[in-house]
Structure formats: structure tokens, C-alpha cells
Design a protein around this ligand. Sequence first.
Ligand SMILES: C[C@@](CO)(OP(=O)(O)O)[C@H](O)COP(=O)(O)OP(=O)(O)OC[C@H]1O[C@@H](n2ccc(N)nc2=O)[C@H](O)[C@@H]1O
Ligand SMILES: Nc1ncnc2c1ncn2[C@@H]1O[C@H](COP(=O)(O)OP(=O)(O)O)[C@@H](O)[C@H]1O
Length: 353
Amino acid sequence: MTDNVQRNREAEVNLLAAARDAQWSPTTFLGPGSLKLVSPAKVNLLLAIGAARADGYHEARTIMHALALHDTMYVAASPATADEIAAAATAARPDAAVGGPADNLLVCIDLSDRTGQDLVVPAADNLVFKAADALARALGREEAQRVAVRIEKQIPAQGGLGGGSSNAAAMLVALAQLWGVSADDDRVVAVARSLGADVAFFLQGGCAQLGGTGDALERALVPSRQAMVLVKPAAGVSTAEAYRRFDEQPTPVQPAVLDAACAAADAADVPLANNLAPAAEALLPELAQVRAWLADQVGAEKVLLCGSGSATFALVDTFEAASALAVAASKQGWWARPTSLSGLRAAIVPSRR
Ligand SMILES: C[C@@](CO)(OP(=O)(O)O)[C@H](O)COP(=O)(O)OP(=O)(O)OC[C@H]1O[C@@H](n2ccc(N)nc2=O)[C@H](O)[C@@H]1O
Ligand SMILES: Nc1ncnc2c1ncn2[C@@H]1O[C@H](COP(=O)(O)OP(=O)(O)O)[C@@H](O)[C@H]1O
């Protein structure tokens, strides 16, 4: 095949994908009765990493706050045959993975990235699949089923915004509903905690303080609605690498700041701090540039790295001010979005029918 023919074939495929994406609707592609879910991003108003434990994880005290920025997900379940599941397993499709206690669960994932990153995650690596597999095992569900999932991403990956963890929590909420268990069921919460430190937070949402490794809910705070701008350079930061770098020079959050944060009843009273930020800046020096640029902007005094990065947020007075800053940050070549703190959690959007 000549290069031109190859290029034309790829363009055809891309055009088909683009046309499909533009025309996508839950009823046409998933059938009637699919669940629609909101899957919000988070920021850490406080991130106080402590010592590394024997299992490699670190003690972490954190105050997380949900954002209005969110991914949208659709989930539908239907009966499957053992043959259909076995055929999907042997075909090794990148958009499908088989799990469950008796290899009985076929999960098909359609990921549409609207952040400009063109994120590609093989279904077997997607946290949404891992959530379905782990919950089916925890509940001992051996029924042959096909679960189709559509993820429309507005939250950039590797931003420290918890997008993957939030998607996993939304999947748990959807499956809890479809499989007839409460989303508060201890088994659902245990699965959430086993999937990643941030996942349990998204079941609760709003603003919450967490301890342990950052996975154990300690208390809820009154959420805020304050506007903010998010700014992220193209490169991401690996969470595991940021923790490794932190260990080279672990510096605790000042005790007075930690005490004030732990005493705050309202999100608005939490002093901002993140002792993982120096490690992330060492891994990606552009983060220091983003921080300095934001701190220089009028009205953006409170600036902090989101978790392990690579997004940074600045609190501002109004959504209009956040929008203006997002436009200015985009001109620097960075991804930027105006948004606000919110009381959202991973949840089913009630249907209007
Ligand atoms: C830093 C934080 C702040 O909220 O999140 P992000 O900024 O990545 O979203 C969290 O601590 C991340 O939580 P999460 O993203 O769920 O991390 P996990 O998947 O559980 O862990 C990824 C890797 O980070 C390291 N890790 C994570 C949490 C922790 N308390 N100690 C660690 O050492 C481990 O090396 C682990 O293998
Ligand atoms: N549903 C998902 N959405 C985004 N990323 C996912 C998902 N499932 C697995 N991942 C993987 O997790 C990585 C980190 O994603 P994300 O949770 O967005 O970042 P962060 O830990 O910085 O908050 C991605 O680069 C991707 O490889």
C-alpha cells in the first residue's frame, strides 16, 4: 500500500470516528434506559504528605473539594451469552475487557476526550473497568452481562484533578444502582478505597477531609462555590513519580497551617498548602512558570498546584474574572478552564422522563 493510500484510509477512519462522535446520543448507541452520570474533578485545598509506610504508600492528610468541571458518563447493562464474552476475550479488542469472578462481565468502553489531549486508555487499563471487575468480585456476581460505558472527558488526564478516580467512582454508583445495592454499601466503599486513594472521596463529593493514605473519610466541610481558573501545561506528572521525588527531600506542612486547616468548618477557611508541589516542580520545571504567571495576575492571589500536578488552580472573585484569566493563560499555550468549587459528587443525573 502506498503512503497516500494508507493516509487516505486513516483519514477515512478518523472522519468516521468524528461523524460518530458528533452524532452520538445515548438512545441511539446504548439503547433506552441507560444511566447518565456526572463525574466531577477535584482539587486538594490541603495536601499534607507524611512518612512513607512499609507498603510504599504515604500517610496523607488532605482536604479535597469537588469542582463544577466534570466528565459525563453513560452506562447501560444488558444480558450477554458466554460465547459473546469468550469471543470478545479472544479478539483482544482495545475497547473491551472481560472481568468478574467467573469471567462473566464484558465491559465495552467508548472514551471521547474533549480536552484536546486525545487520551487513549486500553479498556483493561481503564479505572472504570477495574471498578466494574472489583465490584462484581466483591458482590460475587456471576451473571453473564455486557456493560457499555461512554466517557466524555472534560477533565484532562495527569492533571492532579482526579478524573480517572472520579470515573471509577461514577461507575461504582451506576453499577450499585443496576445491581440493586446501595452506593453506601460497605462493599462498594471498600472497592472504592482499593482502587485508588481518591476514589472514595468522589462517592462523598463536596468538601471533605481525608486521612490514612488520603483514602479514609474523616469529616465533611461546608463546600464553597468560589470561582477559580485551572491552568495546565501539556506535560503531565506521574503521581507515583511525584511521591518518589518527595521522599528525596520530605518537607512537612507547617504545623500551624495543618492545625488551622483541620479546625476549619468551612472550605472557605481552609489555608491552601501542598507539600507535594516542590517534588512536582522538580519533575516538571514549567510548573514553577505557571505558578509565577498566575501569581502575577491581578485578583489571583491564592494559587496552588492540584495534588501531584500538572494543573494549577487560582481562586478568583468571579466567574468572569476566571474566564478572562483562562483566555490569557490559553495565549501562553496552556490548557485553561474557568470553573468553580462545587458540592458535586459522582452521581446519577435524574432522567427527565
Ligand atoms: C496526589 C493525590 C492527591 O489527592 O492525587 P492526584 O493528585 O494524583 O490526583 C493522591 O494522593 C493520589 O491518589 P491516587 O491518584 O488515587 O493515587 P493511587 O492511584 O492510589 O496511587 C498512585 C501511586 O502514588 C503513590 N501514593 C499514592 C497515595 C499515597 N498516599 N501514597 C503514595 O505513595 C504510590 O506510589 C501509588 O502507587
Ligand atoms: N477513566 C480514566 N480517565 C482518565 N485516565 C484514566 C482512566 N482510567 C485510567 N486512566 C489512566 O490514569 C492516568 C491518570 O489519570 P487521572 O486520574 O486523570 O490523573 P490524576 O491522577 O493526575 O488525577 C491516565 O494517564 C490514564 O493512563
